[in-house]
Design a protein around this ligand. Structure first.
Ligand code: XMP
Length: 515
């Protein structure tokens, strides 16, 4: 996607866990923002569309000689700069101030007090005070000449500093996190008033830009897309459908490892809404045969992944382009400052996302978007709500929710239990409060009693977690009445299960899925 002609704010990433939030908040204001990692930022050249620079927070200390600094080419741009946390300390140090490692860490909420007015803090303070979110150990102990102290907290004498002439600002706290009250006002003041950026970013405009872009790239060629029925692949299919209509070939492979009624719903949704060709392949027998006697979790994933790709390739002969739902966070090398590779990419997870060594030219129309933006774009494209708000579902499907050997019988039992759990969540308005919920079938039979008879059946495990991005997660705290209702309904209506457990582990140390 070509974003070259949009006013933009560049965010230099020094490795903070919340850098992406800065970009999202700025886009919410209606301005395009791009995250560039520190190494790449050294190559940024003068460009009339760059209106301002934000220096992110980061895990390093500017007091050490190997710390990351502010590249000179950035200063040569002569644009307004806002430093956040580590970025604030970089600014102070760069122009002759001092930063020291403090004895006390400042972590969590802090009360900030205004000392002077400045354009950055217009409407930010409530009666000269506010509550902000801090996460740092180093502090600025002396500010450079030309800078003024604007606000302070108990631990940070220079919590906000400003050089109004040069339009350089530094904040020790994190305005991008929701815990900072009025944090967005700081970002708004910076990008709209100080940088004078025009609001050119909206998902409605993006939709048209992306569609035109696809048309230009693909011309008369065909494009193939692996459809899973999840949010990303669905939005990609709807975009391509608008752009190239019948030249799009969507392949939906039924692995036999889907949830109850899933294949019917996917076919119904897409047949009705898309002019494109939908190729439905029922490969459930093939998958069951290949998985017979496979118990090792990694082997299961490999068997499923390999067969999926083989079937897909068969359908994709003579097609040049492959459309994929790669998202912006997948492309950001945000962790590289600490020496570790981008940890977002999970190599063992790429069943839906096909490997890059397939011989296609990639079309990745979502690559500048965040997940919540993809949902909004989907709304613009009239993707059914039920698809847009679905919980994530792994490529290997129910196979990784049945530890040990899988069988048609187990899949059927699990589908019924899972359906009940999700149905109850929806009825109690809990579905959208939860990142992901599912039932699993444990390879464990226990004795129970139903009526006057002894039973010896499988154990069902329920899992429900809250999360931002699936990388870390907390188990959801249901009240007893709800979980009891689900348990009763499963036991009473699903043959094959006589015991229900709830998983109360977070990630880490567990993972969301079982295998
Ligand atoms: P874990 O189990 O690693 O899962 O905590 C994190 C998130 O990733 C999803 N997941 C997958 N998604 N293909 C996918 O498309 C996969 O192979 C896969 N494995 C796990 C999981 O459902 C959760 O949302």
């Amino acid at each position: 996607m070509n974003q070259d002609n949009l006013d933009k704010i560049i965010i230099i990433d020094y490795g903070s866990q919340v850098t992406q939030l800065i970009a999202r908040k700025i886009r919410e204001i209606g301005i395009y923002s791009e995250i560039i990692n520190f190494d790449k930022s050294k190559k940024i050249k003068e460009n009339k569309f760059i209106k301002g620079i934000i220096l992110s927070g980061g895990p390093l200390t500017i007091t050490k000689s190997n710390s990351l600094n502010l590249p000179d080419n950035i200063l040569k741009l002569k644009k307004p700069i806002l430093g956040i946390c580590y970025g604030h300390q970089i600014l102070a140090k760069k122009f002759g101030g001092s930063v020291k490692i403090s004895k006390t860490r400042e972590f969590g909420f802090a009360q900030i007090k205004s000392d002077k007015r400045c354009p950055l803090t217009k409407n930010f303070f409530n009666n000269e005070k506010n509550s902000v979110w801090m996460s740092h150990q180093d502090i600025v102990t002396r500010i450079p000449s030309g800078f003024k102290k604007i606000a302070s907290t108990q631990n940070s004498k220079f919590a906000i500093i400003a050089n109004e002439k040069k339009k350089f600002y530094g904040v020790q706290f994190h305005p991008e996190v929701t815990h900072t009250k009025n944090g967005k006002i700081i970002l708004k003041n910076f990008v709209l008033n100080i940088c004078q950026t025009k609001r050119m970013w909206s998902l409605r405009k993006q939709k048209d830009l992306i569609i035109n872009d696809i048309k230009k790239r693909v011309k008369n060629e065909k494009v193939i897309c692996a459809l899973s029925g999840g949010v990303d692949s669905s939005v990609v299919a709807f975009l391509l459908n608008k752009a190239i209509g019948k030249k799009l070939k969507c392949v939906f492979i039924n692995t036999g490892l889907l949830r109850k009624n899933e294949e019917k719903e996917v076919i119904k949704n897409f047949k009705k809404k898309l002019k494109s060709n939908l190729i439905y392949l029922d490969a459930s027998k093939l998958f069951f045969n290949k998985l017979k006697n496979v118990t090792d979790p990694e082997l299961k994933r490999k068997v499923i992944g390999k067969l999926f790709i083989k079937l897909f390739e068969n359908k994709a002969k003579k097609i040049k382009f492959l459309a994929q739902g790669t998202l912006y966070p997948d492309l950001i090398e945000s962790r590289s400052v600490t020496g570790s590779p981008t940890s977002k990419i999970k190599s063992h997870h790429n069943v839906g996302g096909l490997p890059k060594n397939l011989k296609f030219t990639l079309v990745e129309p979502l690559q500048t978007l965040f997940k919540d933006e993809v949902r909004k774009l989907g709304k613009e494209l009239l993707v059914p709500k039920a698809i847009l708000q679905r919980h994530p579902f792994p490529g290997p499907g129910l196979a990784i929710r049945i530890p040990g050997k899988i069988s048609k019988y187990k899949i059927k039992v699990l589908q019924e239990a899972d359906y009940i759990f999700i149905d109850e969540l929806k009825k109690s308005n809990l579905y959208h409060k939860i990142w992901q919920a599912y039932a699993a079938l444990l390879p464990l039979k226990t004795v129970g009693v139903m009526g006057d008879s002894r039973t010896y059946e499988y154990t069902c495990m329920l899992r429900a977690v809250t999360s931002q991005d699936g990388m870390t997660a907390d188990f959801y705290n249901f009240d007893k009445t709800f979980i009891q209702k689900v348990s009763n309904r499963i036991i009473n209506s699903v043959n094959g299960i006589n015991r229900v457990l709830y998983d109360v582990t977070s990630k880490p140390p567990s993972t969301i899925e079982l295998e």
